[in-house]
Design a protein around this ligand. Structure first.
Ligand code: SAM
Length: 223
């Protein structure tokens, strides 16, 4: 049966690529990437020459047709995203949804698990994470207030992603709702300038403000 492998890739540190992911990426007929320019760095680092196309850019509808046609021909494909686990706050889940809808049990969909910023953060935050709520990115306009209410009302630690341009704004808005919240912010996890900030929100804002506003951020909030 043709297989669509959904393969996790590193969130920064190439050593986090699993041996299985490397083998699958070498063996499949085609790699489906979010952005081929980003993924080519990973593939060339490991000397992987498998053909790669973008499933996300250009016309998505035609791409899905093409991917479905390839799977029907019996080809094995691997889906990867720019970083981490496909489908976790990136467009990978849309493709899987379409393949399930159009091909159902004619195709095997197999995970190749590995890094994700959400699980990396859950593992180091020090809050009780046997249960937690993951909310992706805060909305920029509509439903933003609702998002923050969900964070402050949650019975469980809440993890979300944020960009370097909005991290301070988001933390300030949260702090205005409740400045006693405990927070852990992970910046550039697994990378050279990895930093983890812990404290209440005003303390963490002060620490982040004193460094250049660059990098990728993941936030955990605990009431
Ligand atoms: N699929 C990815 C995953 O499994 O984590 C997430 C994709 S989402 C488009 C990208 C966001 O994840 C970044 O904007 C950042 O908030 C978070 N992120 C990714 N890599 C990170 C890292 N090394 N350190 C901290 N946050 C990271």
């Amino acid at each position: 049966m043709p297989t669509l492998y959904v393969a996790a890739t590193p969130i920064g540190n190439l050593e986090d690529t699993s041996a299985r992911a490397l083998r699958i990426l070498r063996e499949v007929d085609l790699i489906l990437a979010e952005d081929t320019r980003v993924s080519k760095n990973l593939l060339s680092h490991f000397g992987i020459k498998t053909r790669i196309i973008s499933y996300h850019q250009h016309s998505r509808v035609n791409r899905v047709d093409e991917i479905v046609r390839l799977l029907k021909q019996g080809k094995n494909l691997a889906l990867i995203s720019d970083a981490g686990t496909p489908g976790i706050s990136d467009p990978g889940n849309k493709l899987v949804e379409e393949v399930v809808r159009l091909l159902g049990s004619q195709v095997k969909i197999e995970p190749i698990p590995g890094p994700s910023a959400v699980t990396a953060m859950a593992s180091i935050c020090g809050f009780p994470t046997d249960r937690f709520l993951f909310l992706g990115f805060p909305p920029q306009k509509r439903k933003r207030k609702q998002f923050f209410d969900e964070v402050t009302d949650s019975k469980y630690p809440v993890i979300f992603y944020e960009s370097p341009y909005r991290i301070l704004k988001t933390l300030r808005e949260l702090s205005a709702l409740d400045n006693k919240l405990s927070v852990v912010v992970g910046r550039e996890l697994t990378k050279k300038f990895e930093t983890v900030y812990r404290g209440n929100i005003p303390e963490v804002i002060d620490k982040i403000k004193s460094a250049p506003l660059k990098g990728e951020f993941v936030v955990v909030v605990n009431s």
